[in-house]
Structure formats: structure tokens, C-alpha cells
Design a protein around this ligand. Structure first.
Ligand code: ZN
Length: 150
């Protein structure tokens, strides 16, 4: 495993739509391993492939309950809403309140191409939404709820 450089706000790769993963090979496995190591090193709860400069629909999430790998993830169900503070490893030093669904079910593939579904609530739902946004070239900054002081 190896650490990869995290792309920061302003890097054009973060604003591009990622391509679907078609080949589930060793290269994908290495990417996912490297992403997880990089995320842990920086105390993140999620990381998407474009954040390490790869325009593929691959995400890792770990809110403290273990590693979750999502390849070609899609939100197939969402319920409720929550507003909480969000940050991003690509946007160091900035946080903001973002509204997200309280519960989402995601359909994705694992690193071998096997399809599965996973449901997350609270922070896990937030992490899924935040990371899937990255795959569509979106940063949380565009979704921050402005307060009167702003
Ligand atoms: Zn992020």
C-alpha cells in the first residue's frame, strides 16, 4: 500500500464527472487500498478516487465501524433530512452546515464486481452522500447553508 497525494480545492480534477469502473482488476484493488491508507493517515471518514487524482467511481468510507468500499455507487433510496457540519480532506480548514438525507440506501459493487446494497443513517448517510457527490464533480462547499453572518 502507498499514500497518495490528496488533490485540493481548485484542482480541476475535483470538478469532473468520474467514469464507471468496468474492469475489476488488481489495479482497482491497489487504488482502493491506497485510498484507505491515505484517508486514515489524514483522519478522514471518507475518500473518493478523484481526490487522489483518479476519475473512477470508487469510494472508501470508515466512520469508525470498519472499512466500506463502494464501486459504482448509486443512491437508490433516501429518507428524512439532517443538517450538520461537514468538512473535506480536499478543502482543509473549511467547514459548513450541509443538509443531507438522514438515511440512504446505496447500491454498489465490491472490489470484485459483486453487487450489494448498504444502508447508512446519520453520519454514515452523510459520508455516502458526500463521497458520491465527489464522483459527480461536486464539493460540499456548493451545498453549505448560509447563515446570516455570512
Ligand atoms: Zn470530500
Amino acid at each position: 500500500m502507498a499514500l497518495r497525494e490528496i488533490r485540493k480545492k481548485g484542482d480541476e480534477i475535483l470538478y469532473k464527472k468520474c467514469k464507471e469502473v468496468m474492469v475489476f482488476d488488481k489495479k482497482l484493488a491497489i487504488l482502493l487500498d491506497d485510498m484507505y491508507e491515505t484517508m486514515q493517515k489524514h483522519d478522514g471518514v471518507g475518500l473518493a478516487a478523484p481526490q487522489v487524482g483518479i476519475l473512477k467511481r470508487a469510494v472508501v468510507v470508515d466512520i469508525g465501524d470498519g472499512k466500506i468500499e463502494l464501486v459504482n455507487p448509486e443512491i437508490i433510496k433516501s429518507e428524512g433530512s439532517q443538517i450538520d457540519q461537514e468538512g473535506c480532506l480536499s478543502v482543509p480548514g473549511e467547514w459548513g452546515n450541509v443538509e443531507r438525507p438522514n438515511k440512504v440506501t446505496v447500491k454498489a459493487c465490491d472490489r470484485n464486481g459483486k453487487s450489494f446494497e448498504i444502508t447508512g443513517e446519520g453520519l454514515l448517510a452523510r459520508a455516502f452522500c458526500h463521497e458520491i457527490d465527489h464522483l459527480n464533480g461536486e464539493l460540499f462547499l456548493d451545498k453549505v447553508i448560509k447563515t446570516e453572518e455570512d
